[in-house]
Design a protein around this ligand. Structure first.
Ligand code: DQA
Length: 145
């Protein structure tokens, strides 16, 4: 039995109504349903969202303790949170898996989105495929574990 943590950072709780031209018209419940439908037998999807940096870091620590693979959309924290980077690093340096995902392609957007302080310590990065980014990350986890 594997639990995949699908962790979402600030403002992603507003998916569905937030900039639908960029992020699409579907909300987090729709994302959870997509991932659950795609998850192989014996894999549980534990999807969470927070606007709080400290809470997100504690969830990463939880993954360090349980060994659960993580799909992480750090949202705006991507671009400046060294604290989140350090948390991701402690997981990946201990052979844990954290895949950074983005719904949009940050490199095709404003300059400040071109920098990720997370990517350098993530297991891998998938961006620009809408909700499909998360499904591709789930496929990667399935093949790795
Ligand atoms: C995002 C991209 C970030 O730049 C932005 O701050 C988000 C969402 C994405 O999924 O495309 O909130 O992580």
């Amino acid at each position: 039995m594997t639990t995949v943590l699908v962790l979402n950072g600030p403002n992603l709780g507003r998916l569905g109504s937030r900039e639908p031209d960029v992020y699409g018209a579907q909300d987090l419940d729709a994302l959870r349903a997509l991932l659950e439908a795609a998850a192989p037998e014996g894999t549980t999807i534990d999807l969470r969202q927070t606007d709080d940096e400290s809470e997100l870091i504690h969830w990463i620590h939880e993954a360090a303790d349980t060994g659960s693979p993580v799909i992480l959309n750090p949202a705006a924290f991507t671009h400046y949170s060294y604290a989140l980077r350090d948390a991701v690093s402690l997981v990946t340096k201990a052979e844990g898996t954290v895949i950074e995902v983005h719904i949009s392609n940050p490199h095709a957007r404003e300059q400040f989105r071109h920098t990720s302080v997370i990517s350098g310590v993530a297991t891998g990065v998938i961006a620009g495929f809408g909700f499909e980014s998360y499904l591709l990350a789930l496929t990667a986890i399935r093949r790795m574990h």
